[in-house]
Design a protein around this ligand. Structure first.
Ligand code: PLP
Length: 378
């Protein structure tokens, strides 16, 4: 019996051809032909005002934090149930993180609590679209508008997901995507900053290119190539952009396959959920998701551990997710002490099942059978 991994990076088959092309073109540094193709794809397909590829989703979040000109002591509202980078990008700028709890129904932040977290020092809200499922953006955007706050979407998991008919990553002033090998569309390591507010566009391009006007200079828009502002090396090599381009060409096929797999889990496991053994993912009516993660919510932490061990004994790798950031060794001393019960509950009860393009229907059947066996025995 072969073992079933949790994830396997998707390969369209064209990646090496395009990397070879980039090598033959003799342009390996960033902002070349493949980078331009990727930018154009996102701008045209989703209506992103300006797309800039970055070396990671983390780097895109760091660019967003730089663009907001945060000062030490400024506050940024971030969900506790997320990856470290969502908060770290702002902590690097000296900001204080005010953690939001998750919703009772799903891991995204609870918008009903948001207003109570806003103070005169609040500068930004960072909604994270967990599993590619949209946060309820209208109330978030209304609050932001009312209090003059920036909205930075952490859309790391949310390529090709929608809020109603609006693509995620186009709703906030800024948004960060990730192409890490664990995401739906990958470049090994990679990411993208989406700039939807015109006010940030020119400066974003300068921060991206080590604080220079290099991008404008190469377009013939500037006479000299100079140091204009702070910045860093945020742009990826053409080798990564070439890899990403091969994936973007297959985006529709990737999403269709994941939808099939996600739905198979959902339907096959529904009877056990109806019997009360666990809860299935909740996708609100306003969210059209990208089938990024399939998870179960177990009845207790102990049962989750037992299920993960049971699956491991069947050579199936299932994993839990985020430990809540408000209780982390690093940030706990700075947290204001509020209990965030829902974030803590997802951290302790959620288990993710294998979901990747090459996962066969037979293997999925094996996973589902193993879960059924586990609950028959309880
Ligand atoms: C993956 C991820 C990131 C970080 O992206 P990298 O490309 O790995 O730097 C940030 N936030 C969330 C919610 C993520 O899932």
């Amino acid at each position: 019996m072969h073992s079933i991994p949790f994830n396997k990076p998707y390969l369209s088959g064209k990646e090496l051809t395009y990397i070879q092309e980039a090598v033959t073109n003799g342009k390996l540094s960033g902002n070349g032909e493949f980078t331009r193709r990727c930018h154009a794809f996102f701008e045209q397909q989703y209506g992103i005002r300006k797309a800039l590829l970055t070396t990671s989703g983390t780097a895109a979040l760091e660019m967003a934090a730089l663009l907001l000109n945060l000062q030490p002591g400024d506050e940024v509202i971030v969900p506790s149930f997320t990856f470290t980078s969502t908060a770290n990008a702002f902590v690097l700028r000296g900001a204080r993180i005010v953690f939001a709890d998750s919703s009772p129904d799903h891991p995204n932040l609870d918008v009903r609590q948001l207003a109570s977290l806003i103070t005169p020092r609040t500068r930004a809200i960072v909604p994270v679209h967990y599993a590619g499922v949209a946060c309820d953006m209208n109330p978030i955007l209304e609050l932001a508008e009312k209090h003059n706050l920036a909205v930075v979407e952490d859309a790391a998991q949310a390529v090709d997901s929608f809020y109603g008919t609006k693509p995620l990553g186009t709703l906030g002033h800024l948004a960060a995507f990730s192409f890490h090998e664990t995401k739906n569309i990958i470049a090994g390591e990679g990411g993208m900053l989406a700039i939807n507010d015109e006010r940030y566009v020119a400066r974003a391009e300068i921060l991206w290119e080590k604080g220079t006007n290099r991008a404008a200079f190469f377009r013939g828009e500037a006479a000299k190539y100079q140091w204009m502002d702070i910045g860093s090396s945020f742009l990826p090599s053409e080798l990564n952009a070439a890899y990403l381009w091969a994936q973007l060409e297959q985006l529709t096929a990737i999403m269709r396959q994941r939808q099939r797999q996600w739905s198979y889990y959902y339907e096959a496991l529904a009877p056990l959920a109806a019997a009360g053994f666990f809860r299935l993912p909740v996708v609100p009516a306003y969210a059209q998701h990208n089938w990024h993660i399939f998870y179960l919510l177990c009845r207790s932490p102990a049962e989750r551990t037992a299920l993960i061990h049971h699956l491991a004994a069947h050579q199936i790798l299932a994993v839990f997710h985020y430990q809540p950031l408000h209780a982390s060794p690093f940030y706990h001393p700075h947290h204001d002490g509020r209990a965030l019960p829902h974030a803590a509950r997802y951290a302790q009860h959620l288990v993710r099942l294998p979901l990747f393009f090459e996962l066969s229907a037979d293997d999925q059947h094996r996973i589902i059978r193993a879960i059924q066996l586990f609950y028959q025995a309880t």
